[in-house]
Design a protein around this ligand. Structure first.
Ligand SMILES: *Cc1c(COP(=O)(O)O)cnc(C)c1O
Length: 366
């Protein structure tokens, strides 16, 4: 049992609101795949999956062990494993996870396993690279893929998909439309020759926002469920799901000339009250937030982080804030604050959320 006082609260009602927001944006027949990889974007994938299982058609995780965690928690919804490895295929079949087959090496390995087991009509997904150049077959592979698939009754292609490289960037609209068109062309060839028509999908959150015409049969929503629309207007429609909070462990009175923290990075030039909070870089608070770059909220007032961020602690300036040891500290509880932190850390909210380490206690608020 994790009894850490530093807690990441997950707001179930906000998560449901965000899902409903995307649902009303989409055609009623479009299926929804909820992306719960990386512990549900740093939250708690089991809890997220339990909250959403009746309302979505699919879940996706990156690696097979993330899918096993969901199955062991009793989740029965289909689970797409986005980045399986040959070493994990047996486990994938054992837990009825559905692999993304992205090259001939893994396609052949899964066909071999499916023949040996044997599996019958086992659901798999085929991914095409349309310009991200990360994972996926190339369009010229289509004839060979068809030939291989037609040889076997052991597997059944549940879906064909691709991933956009810059769905959030309006300057890359031409490139994105080309990706979508190339994908549609690949799908057309497969539909003509495979003998059945698997589902197709290409959109992530920003894709749903910017290219709704390409929603096809299903969309894959990750960051949007957790409150970020990758543009201000959309994010304003979404609710914050992740609240990171802690408490004040100790308050120090520091005299002018005294210093706070490692390397004496903060030097008091006036009598200063500092509060020590049990969260540090090992919990996901970047050292870039030290030296007054970042701040937390105590009794609704901003308290800048002073000195260097330690592994397990930060110190904040509370000279002007009425507070005492044991008081609550909000590290962040709004998307705007997460965006500010991301900006200061020269990154994106995705990284801030997923960086919250497993040491922090997770708590679902219903
Ligand atoms: C992570 C991921 C998503 C989700 O993207 P968001 O921008 O978080 O909505 C969708 N598809 C694939 C292939 C992914 O890897």
């Amino acid at each position: 049992m994790n009894n850490h006082v530093t807690v990441l609260e997950i707001d179930a009602a906000s998560l449901q609101h965000n899902l409903a927001y995307f649902k009303q944006k989409l055609s009623p027949t479009t299926k929804i795949l909820a992306v719960v990889k990386a512990f549900g974007y740093g939250s708690e994938s089991k809890e997220i999956a339990k909250l959403l299982e009746d309302k979505v058609d699919y879940f996706a995780v990156a690696y097979s062990n993330e899918g096993v965690i969901l199955r062991e928690a009793g989740i029965k919804t289909p689970i797409l494993v986005l980045h399986p490895q040959i070493q994990n295929l047996k486990e994938i079949a054992k837990y009825r996870l559905e692999p993304n087959l992205y090259n001939f090496k893994i396609l052949d390995a899964f066909l071999k396993l499916a023949d040996e087991e044997p599996l019958m009509n086992y659901p798999v997904h085929i991914k095409f690279n349309t310009g991200l150049n990360r994972l996926g077959f190339w369009h010229t592979d289509v004839p060979t893929i068809i030939t291989e698939l037609k040889k076997s009754n052991n597997i059944k292609v549940e879906s064909i998909f691709s991933h956009l490289a810059a769905s959030d960037d309006v300057n890359e609209q031409n490139f994105t439309v080309e990706q979508i068109n190339n994908f549609a062309y690949i799908v057309k060839q497969i539909y003509e020759h495979l003998g059945y028509e698997p589902m197709i999908h290409i959109l992530n959150t920003s894709g749903v926002v910017n290219y709704p015409q390409a929603q096809f049969d299903m969309v894959r929503i990750g960051i949007g469920l957790y409150g970020f629309g990758n543009n201000e207007e959309e994010t304003n429609q979404l609710r914050n799901t992740h609240t990171l909070k802690s408490i004040i462990s100790q308050i120090h009175l520091i005299q002018p000339g005294e210093t706070v923290g490692y390397n004496r990075a903060f030097v008091a030039n006036q009598p200063t009250r500092s509060a020590t909070i049990p969260i540090g870089h090992a919990d996901g608070i970047s050292r870039k937030l030290g030296n007054k770059e970042g701040f937390v909220f105590i009794n609704n007032q901003p308290a800048p982080i002073i000195g260097n961020v330690c592994m397990d602690m930060i110190m904040v300036d509370v000279t002007k804030i009425e507070c005492k040891e044991g008081d609550e500290v909000i590290i962040f509880n709004l998307q705007k604050h997460v965006e500010y932190i991301a900006h200061k850390c020269e990154t994106i909210p995705y990284e801030i959320l997923t960086a919250i380490s497993q040491r922090v206690k997770r708590l679902v608020k219903n």
